[in-house]
Write a protein of this length. Structure first.
Length: 298
């Protein structure tokens, strides 16, 4: 991912202190980090009282504070500390949507001449994902670019990104069809029944991941056409899993396009604004079983 022209972490080395400015959108994904998840040095110094309306969080500390270390060379004094990002654990203990990060910060003071400062850019390992789709009657499941115009060439993601899935079925020679996604399961191995296992779409069309805290996972309305269905899922990985590879398998199904959506044939997203399930098509009643877990089997 290309970094913003303005650095994510900026450091000003002053005469007796350093000032660190951290962009809330630390990883450039459009998802701001919380100020409480950031700390400076081994002493875990907090930032200045943050203003939620500002796009940056600021730390100010004396050169010897917050557990900083000093190295003296023949021509320089080097103060070192670390900016820590420790994300709040997900409400679902099975998965994580962000990984901790550490940014090394150094202030170099020449023992002679003028004081200068420099900025340190954070680095992180990309999140990677692959998609596997079971084909029946020429079903397909693809990862799409941000504008949905074509299939995404890369299957690498960072935590904080949104995965754009598009499911399709070719219906030549058939009556008009409407496509549904009954279930999507993420696993750490190609075996969809292996553990750990996370079903982010379940109960015959309920996008249950949308109920998790700080996610925007949802079906996309309107459909491009009845035999196509799009949905967004926020990137995640399994807690405690050192690997960065996920396998996603989905069960796709069709019904006649002339048949009205019902509790057997539905695409339901959770609205955090209303606290209710909302169907892509049909009445709200078809999604009521997403709360009770008693959805009928298709």
């Amino acid at each position: 991912r290309a970094l913003s022209p303005r650095p994510a972490v900026a450091v000003r080395c002053q005469e007796g202190q350093l000032a660190v400015t951290v962009r809330r959108d630390l990883f450039g994904t459009g998802r701001p980090v919380r100020a409480a998840e950031l700390s400076l040095g081994t002493a875990s110094c907090p930032p200045l009282s943050p203003n939620p309306a500002q796009a940056f969080v600021t730390f100010v500390a004396a050169l010897h504070e917050c557990g900083s270390t000093l190295q003296v060379t023949s021509d320089s004094l080097i103060y070192r500390t670390t900016l820590f990002y420790k994300p709040t654990p997900s409400s679902n203990p099975l998965i994580v949507r962000a990984t901790p990060a550490e940014v090394l910060i150094e202030c170099h003071y020449p023992r002679k001449s003028n004081v200068s400062s420099g900025a340190v850019h954070p680095t992180w390992a990309p999140f990677r994902s692959t998609v596997a789709a079971q084909e029946r009657l020429r079903f397909s499941l693809r990862l799409m670019d941000d504008d949905w115009s074509r299939e995404r060439l890369s299957n690498g993601f960072q935590l904080g990104d949104s995965l754009r899935f598009q499911a399709d079925v070719t219906s030549e020679g058939h009556v008009p069809l409407r496509l549904f996604v009954d279930q999507c399961v993420a696993t750490a191995s190609p075996d969809r029944s292996s553990s750990p296992r996370y079903a982010f779409i379940d109960l015959g069309g309920c996008l249950v991941d949308g109920r998790a805290e700080d996610t925007g996972s949802a079906f996309v309305s309107p459909r491009p056409r009845p035999e196509s269905l799009r949905f967004l899922v926020d990137a995640f990985k399994f807690a405690g899993d050192a690997g960065n590879l996920l396998y996603v398998s989905c069960h796709l199904r069709v019904s006649p396009a002339a048949q009205a959506p019902n509790p057997w044939n539905k695409a339901c997203s959770f609205s955090k604004a209303s606290g209710l399930w909302a169907p892509l098509e049909g009445t709200a009643a078809i999604c009521s079983c997403c709360d009770t877990g008693s959805c009928p089997s298709p």
